[in-house]
Design a protein around this ligand. Structure first.
Ligand SMILES: NC(=O)c1ccc[n+]([C@@H]2O[C@H](COP(=O)([O-])OP(=O)(O)OC[C@H]3O[C@@H](n4cnc5c(N)ncnc54)[C@H](OP(=O)(O)O)[C@@H]3O)[C@@H](O)[C@H]2O)c1
Length: 241
């Protein structure tokens, strides 16, 4: 089975590559998802691809807001390029698109696969439009999730009033491998079994992280409650740091 991972150098991609050690995982430099010709050429050079796990994206909320054309090119057009290359190949390829809890408005519901999205910022919008691109395929899986890398929290402070059903990236990689093996299609939420604040999450790897609230923040609008429920799959326990 030939697996093709996009975003292999990222937080999730690094964990996915451990699950699929023989996967094709070109770096951004080797394959720019926003370059349609590059993407089509990659598929011609690798006619044996059976599974795509599309984790590559421009992920920062602020960078996406500040460079909307790059965010669109990467997250929407990059996904479209992959989808069109799959359609052109006429091969039955299992396509897993990694999406986000941020497609929802985050006003406090436990969002299920059937809940209606309403993005709060440009990053989330591009991820939702990316979902629509993937829906052009006869079969696809949209895996919405929320996680951080299992390493020192990258900021000195963390929100006590933003929530999610978080996992570390290794747990999400496990979940993705589970649904890949199960050949699930449609939408699935890969989530932890416990709602917690980002501060509680950050404390697990970084005991000296300091608390902050949304009042201490200025920048693009944020999704406040990213908690997801699932009516299609099991929930995972967050692993120990
Ligand atoms: N982290 C979260 O909280 C979270 C939550 C829910 C869903 N997600 C989704 O999960 C996926 C992985 O997230 P992550 O946190 O692991 O992201 P990340 O650490 O920011 O990594 C993103 C990856 O995408 C690559 N990339 C960016 N632009 C590219 C382009 N034009 N062509 C090729 N590769 C490109 C990056 O390579 P370079 O660094 O070399 O550019 C990097 O390998 C994303 O689709 C994200 O939307 C993330």
């Amino acid at each position: 089975m030939t697996v093709f991972i996009t975003g292999g150098t990222g937080a999730l991609g690094t964990e996915l590559k451990k699950k699929y050690p023989n996967a094709l995982a070109p770096t951004h430099q080797e394959l720019d998802l926003g370059d349609r010709e590059d993407v089509f050429r990659f598929f011609k050079d690798h006619p044996d691809i059976d599974v795509i796990i599309h984790a590559g994206a421009l992920t920062g909320i602020r960078p996406c807001e500040e460079n909307q054309s790059l965010a669109w090119k990467t997250n929407v057009e990059g996904t479209r390029n992959l989808v069109d290359a799959v359609l052109e190949s006429k091969k039955k390829i299992q396509f897993i698109y990694v999406s986000t809890a941020c497609v929802f408005d985050g006003h406090g519901e436990m969002y299920k696969e059937s809940s209606i999205p309403y993005p709060e910022n440009f990053y989330a919008l591009t991820k939702l439009v990316g979902e629509s691109e993937v829906r052009k395929l006869p079969e696809f899986l949209i895996a919405r999730t929320n996680f951080v890398a299992k390493e020192k929290f990258p900021y000195p402070k963390a929100f006590t009033d933003r929530y999610g059903t978080y996992l570390f990236a290794d747990g999400v990689a496990q979940g993705i491998q589970d649904v890949q093996k199960e050949k699930l299609t449609g939408i699935v939420h890969i989530v932890g079994d416990k709602k917690m604040s980002i501060f509680e999450l950050a404390k697990k790897t970084t005991p000296d992280v300091q608390p902050m609230t949304i009042k201490d923040y200025s920048g693009p609008k944020l999704t406040m409650d990213m908690s997801l429920d699932t009516e299609r799959w099991k929930k995972y326990k967050i692993s120990d740091p």
